[in-house]
Design a protein around this ligand. Sequence first.
Ligand SMILES: NC(=O)c1ccc[n+]([C@@H]2O[C@H](COP(=O)([O-])OP(=O)(O)OC[C@H]3O[C@@H](n4cnc5c(N)ncnc54)[C@H](OP(=O)(O)O)[C@@H]3O)[C@@H](O)[C@H]2O)c1
Length: 383
Amino acid sequence: MNIPPEILEFACKRVEKKAGCTLPFRLRGITINRGLIKATMEVLNDCPGKTLPQNCRNDLRARTPDGLDRRIREGVIMKVLVFGGTGFIGKNLCSELLSAGYKACIVSRNPKKAKSLASGAEVVEWNSSAGSLPVELLEGVSLIINLAGESIGNRRWTRSVKEEILYSRVRTTQAIVNAIKQKRDAPKVLINASAIGFYGPRGNEEITESTPAGRDFLAKVCRVWEEEAFKAHTVGIRVVAVRIGVVIGGEGAIARMKTPFRFYIGGPLGTGAQWISWIHIKDLTRLIRFVAENENINGPVNATAPEPVRMKELCKVLGQVMERPSWLPVPDFLLKVVLGEMSDMLLNSQRVLPKKILKEGFEFWYPAPEAALRDVICRHNGV
Ligand SMILES: NC(=O)c1ccc[n+]([C@@H]2O[C@H](COP(=O)([O-])OP(=O)(O)OC[C@H]3O[C@@H](n4cnc5c(N)ncnc54)[C@H](OP(=O)(O)O)[C@@H]3O)[C@@H](O)[C@H]2O)c1
C-alpha cells in the first residue's frame, strides 16, 4: 500500500513541531512505506504529552497493518458504493477511500472510463434514466456516496440543460433511496452531495447550516436534491447532505481561472467584492471520509474552508502564487452575456462557515487559500 505523500509530510511536520525536534533522516527519507508511518508513531510514543491531533493519529494508525486489522475487526472498514465516481470529486474521493482500506464499487454510466480511473475499485454499469437500481447492488454495502449529476459548469443553462441538471440528480437519488427502502439490512449511511448554492446569494451575511434555502435556480436544485436524499431517514439510516463550496483542485472553476493569469490577463470576475467559499480537494475528500466515520454527524454539513475570501483577494493570491498580476477584471455584464444565468455561480456572494464539521473536531489541512492554491498549482505543473 502506498501512503499518500501529503499525509507523511503532514505527519513529519506535526511530529517535528510538537516534539520540538527534527526527525532523524531515516524518518524523513524518501521511501514512502508503512515503516515510516510506524516509526513516526514510535517517535510520538516516545514523546509523552506531545501528541498529534486525535484525527491525525487515527489517520496514521489506520494506515499501519495493525490499524487496518483493528478497523476491519471493529467493522469500520466499509464497502462503499459511489455514484459519480468518475467525476472530478469522485476520482479523488475513490483514491482517498481505497488508500484508507475501503472496498469501493463505482456505479457508472461509463464503466470503461470508471475502470481506467480507479484501479482497485469494482465497477458496475448503471444509468439512472434506465429506471430503478437493482437492490442486489446494495448487498454487503454499508455506505453510499452519491455525487452524480449533470455538470452545472459545462454548458449554457438553456431550459433543457436546467431540466437535466435538476432531474439527473433527482432521478439518481430517488433510485438509491428506493433501493435502500427495499433492502432489509439497509446500508448505515447515505452521503449525498449538495452545494452551497443551496443558500442563494447572501451578500456579507455569515452562512451556517441553519441558514434557510435561497430562491434562485441552484438553490431549488439543491433543496429538491436534498429532500429526496433525506427521504432515506424513514428507514432509520443516517443521511448527510454535504454542501460543497468551490473546489480548489486540478479541475473545476478555479483551475479554469488559471488560464487568463498564465497569459498575464487575469483579474477578478465581476466587482470582486463577492465572497467565495472554497475548499481544497484533499480536505473535501478527507471531510467526506470523516463524515462517513463519525456516527453523530447527521443532516446538512457545509464543506468549505474556515476562511472564505472575497473574489478580489482570491485573485490577488492566485496572481501571487502564479507570479502574475491580477489586474484585468471581467465585468458582470460581460459574464452575463457570455454565460447567461450560469454566471450566477461566479457572481453570487456566499460567505459560508463550516460550523458543524469544526464542532465535530475536523481539522482542515488547508484552512487559508494561499497554501491551497500553491499546493494545487505546484502539483499541476505550475503556471
Ligand atoms: N466541483 C465543484 O466545485 C462542486 C461544488 C459544489 C457541488 N458540487 C457537486 O458535487 C458533485 C460532484 O462534483 P464533480 O465536480 O465531481 O462533478 P463532475 O465532474 O461533473 O462529475 C459528476 C458525475 O456525475 C455523473 N453524471 C454526469 N452527468 C450525468 C447525468 N446527466 N445523469 C447521471 N449522472 C451524470 C458522471 O458519472 P458517470 O459518467 O460515471 O455516471 C460524472 O462523473 C456534483 O453533483 C456537483 O454538482 C461540485
